[in-house]
Design a protein. Sequence first.
Lengths: 347, 332
Amino acid sequence: MRPNYPFNCWYVAATSDEVGQELFSRRLLGIHVMLYRLGSGEVVAMEDRCVHRAYPLSLGRRDGDRVVSGYHGMVYEPDGRLVHIPSQENVPPGVRVRTYPVHEESPFIWVWLGDPGAAALRPPPRVPWYTDGTGWTDTTDVLRVEANYLLLQEHYLDLTDVFVMHPEAVPPDIERLPQLDEVEVSERSVAYSRTLPSSRLAKWEAEITGLPVDTPGTRREEGIFVSPALHVQHYAIEPEHDRAYGLLRIQGFTPESPGVTHVFLRMARNFAAEDGKVGEFLRTMFHDWAMRDAGVLETIQRRLDEDIYPRRDINVKADRAAIRARRIAMEMVDEESGRFLLHGLMS
Amino acid sequence: MTATETARARPAYREVEIDVEVRRREVAADGVVTLTLADPDGADLPDWAPGSHIDLIMTPSLVRQYSLCGDTANRSEWQVGVLLDPDSRGGSQFVHDKLQEGSTVRVRGPRNHFPLVSSPRYLFIAGGIGVTPMLPMIGAAEATGAEWRLLYGGRERSTMAFVDELQRHGPRVSICARDVADGPNFRASLEAALSDPGQDTLVYCCGPEGLLTAVEAACQAWPENSLHIERFSAKVLEEPADALASFEVECQRSGLTLTVTQDKTIYEACEEAGVDVLGSCMEGVCGTCECDMIEGEADHRDSVLNDAEKEANETIMICVSRSRSERLVLDL
């Protein structure tokens, strides 16, 4: 089956603190990728497979900036070139392990696994609202969810599940989520927004803002499908006569394979920057939230995998952002697989 | 209010619409200006891919489409090339007269009806200002190492934009100007290039109607989906005149023929007649009510199908879409 994710797209490979001097390996878009940091601090992404026998390079060791295979001791430069074979003098010229363009914008390390030339045509996405990070404080979390990445994208593009799945997070005076104000689309992005009527604070909102629970305030909720690899949700609590308290749930979705997705979850806040307790509270709360979501999505994925014939589920109005996002992703897949490649795969 | 009016009242999606500032205005050839557009505060502009275009909204009733011709990697600026059309109905005249450096203009989009599909080989064909979408396509072909050629035809050499930068690519580019006597002839070059269907070659063509028709005819023998064309035509914003107020729907499996009058949707007519239909959003958004079409020409009013799918007329969202033919035959 053809994967439903585009390769010509920047994906999060890891968070900055996951990659250091050690050889780190993660499967991304079906490819085992090894990541490590050079002496200069720069991150290298290389296919995690020795060209001689398919042994993972990440099970070898480093020799300065070079990597030595843990099987026959083949030695590679950071650009992937094979430079030494212990058992023979001659090193076949031009033999190399594939390396991938990397862009680190802490705390995310982005990688381009598609057509190498096309990476320069499209810079890695920027996080909306976050700009250069000024005024925001982040926590990060990495999860592995056994569900297709589009199930995750779709899930976070329609938050009408909160009443059922996360009732404790809903402000107490809100009984029903208002319809989306609008769904704004462009060629490659989908954004939605909605404004919630005034309500007292939910317990978690009081906890992080330090305001009394009976403080009335409206809330503005916006979400963007920035690319198949990035979803950002902005939630602003706007108490009367007070500043707005902004939260960003930034999620990098990187398929490990068609059935598994790595989630790089960042919770950013533009208040209580110095208060580590607020950061930890948010990290824990949204970690638990993500795990609960993952449980549902993994169950759905298992059911989908059991279907003998493809079945069509119905959609509802609230799915409209998700439907458009899926279409954009599928158009990107179609464009890059091309008529000829597609033909080749199908014949 | 009729059912169809209800469905149209609130669009399911709104396209991105922003005010941008003209950062630079450069004369690219006789009668052609290139505008560089940017957010006044320097914010990023939406992502786009080669083949994409934007609407320039000069006044609420004066909206024109222009292909983006800059660099997809530049998130902060867009470029459009605009030809002053002597028969202008106001659009290009407005751009040339009113849009100076520092002016602000409202834009909508981008959207792409001319996407560059991955291929090892491309033949790009441009007539006049139709060269604009080819610039980022050439950029992409170069970056990915695809083979490509460009045949670029125009009346007078001095009116052909971007010739100098294109000629840097050497023999891949044929500039065919009618006023250059010893240069290549456009028609002959086209015939030569299209006479033999290229293996693994995609043809991208943009230009005046005469060129598109000729290229379409010449590509008849090419494998299906080889040819991609972009027409310059004013976008139809009004309801198409040929949409029918009342029409017949034959539900083939059920053996029923219904009349759909102006005050109801196909879905409602089916439901009243007891035809088993499934629908959910009733706004043409969710795709649940999609039906296979057997005969007829639909007036597609949904947000589910893309333009190619609408044109193919193979399926219809019966909660909002109507008919342009007296009779629609559906697999219901």
